[in-house]
Design a protein around this ligand. Structure first.
Ligand SMILES: [Zn+2]
Length: 396
């Protein structure tokens, strides 16, 4: 079993440097500049790239790389943060990076400047002990994850790909752990699909229902059909797929009018048994069977939707799992629960997992990270990096 090398770089100093550059989305320029300075000093080639699109704010992103050839590991992250909320409600100024009782307070401490600081510290230590040319290490850092996610990772990935960058594996440093660092690696995500079922009747006077056709009973029947049975029972890697109605709308302010239309909106979080086309077919078959003849209904699915994905790459999943076990003494759970992150874009380029700090205080007042967690995460990343590039180092 590999031992845990003693650290040289200080993730706490790096994190304080990043937190004290307030970078409420999408205004991340100074935090990007500070990170670039740290990486440049360690020999990385850094490029800041600004992307724009009509109707969205310009966003500064950073691509930093060092080394040559394969394997190429990239670290994905964001320096933008959500607003502090009620700043007066914080124990310490949200951008002062104060430390009290072994906890470092600040907006972005866990989501996710802390993850970035830990990975930077681990990377610098790893690079200090390996021969040059033993593979490539890069950082894909955006200032647009908490915002519309239009001028961030999606465009940065395409930009890097167009320049010939080819990634073999990626880690996203989002706060994935529920209780303690090392609990869980996110190895995939469920897909997400939204849609609207509309039933059209004929508007009329409530006192003369025979002259109208109320769409509401028909819509209730269709909704019942979609809820009658679960989509599936889940499997070893994924929770059961779930259809959830989020709104039922008629929009009728009157008491004496039978409405002409009724609609219900829903979202499905689905596992790897399904795709957009198979869900589309399932929905239409259910609705058609429940509607029978004589009910006028339509189904409209929203674009974009996202497919589920599952990463099985052993170098990434087993390598990170082994590093976690080396440092913490236990094996992480492999999870596909929770919401979305930029990993949904990276998965189109290379295998990707998410692993970072404990998420409990993210987006809250008094967001903070125990210094001990930062040290643990840095050690895990370091052991993983040494192992990931080990083969390349020996054959270089
Ligand atoms: Zn985040």
């Amino acid at each position: 079993m590999p031992s845990i090398p003693s650290p040289i770089s200080d993730p706490v100093a790096i994190l304080r440097d990043l937190i004290t550059a307030p970078s409420v989305t999408p205004d991340a320029g100074e935090a990007i500049a500070r990170l670039a300075r740290i990486l440049e000093a360690a020999g990385f080639d850094c490029e800041t790239v600004t992307f724009s699109a009509p109707g969205t704010p310009d966003v500064v992103n950073l691509y930093a790389r060092i080394g040559q050839g394969a394997p190429h590991l990239t670290f994905g992250g964001h320096v933008d943060v959500v607003p502090p909320g009620d700043a007066a409600g914080w124990r310490h100024d949200p951008f002062s990076a104060a430390i009290e009782d072994g906890r470092l307070y600040g907006r972005g401490a866990v989501d996710m400047k802390g993850g970035i600081a830990a990975f930077v510290a681990a990377a610098l230590d790893h690079l200090a002990t390996r021969r040059p040319g033993a593979g490539t290490l890069s950082f894909l850092i955006t200032g647009d994850e908490e915002g519309p996610s239009i001028n961030g990772t999606v465009k940065l990935l395409r930009w890097a790909h167009d320049r010939g960058e080819r990634f073999d594996a990626a880690i996203v440093g989002e706060p994935t752990n529920p209780q303690a660092v090392g609990d869980a690696i996110k190895v995939g995500r469920r897909g997400s699909l939204s849609g609207t079922v509309t039933v059209t009747g004929r508007q009329g006077h409530v006192a003369y229902p025979h002259l109208a056709e109320n769409p509401i009973p028909g819509l209730i029947r269709l909704m019942g059909a979609l809820l009658a049975e679960p989509l599936d029972a889940g499997n070893e890697r994924f929770q059961p797929s779930n259809l959830e109605f989020v709104s039922v709308d008629v929009g009728n302010p009157a008491w004496n009018v039978i409405p002409g239309k009724a609609r219900a909106r829903f979202n499905i979080r689905f596992n790897d048994r399904w795709s957009r086309p198979t869900l589309d077919a399932w929905l239409r078959a259910r609705l058609a069977a429940a509607a029978g003849d004589g009910l006028a209904w339509t189904l409209a699915l929203e674009t974009p939707s996202s497919d589920s994905f599952l990463t099985v790459d052993p170098r990434l999943v087993d390598g990170l799992g082994a590093a976690i076990e080396t440092v913490t003494g236990h094996r992480p759970e492999l999870s596909t629960g929770g919401g979305t992150s930029d990993a949904r874009f990276i998965k189109d380029y290379c295998p990707v997992v998410e692993f970072g700090l404990v998420g409990q205080t993210m987006h809250q007042v008094d967001e903070h990270v125990p210094v001990a967690d930062l040290v643990t995460l840095t050690a895990i990343y370091r052991v993983f990096l040494d192992g990931f590039f080990d083969g390349a180092d020996r054959t270089a």
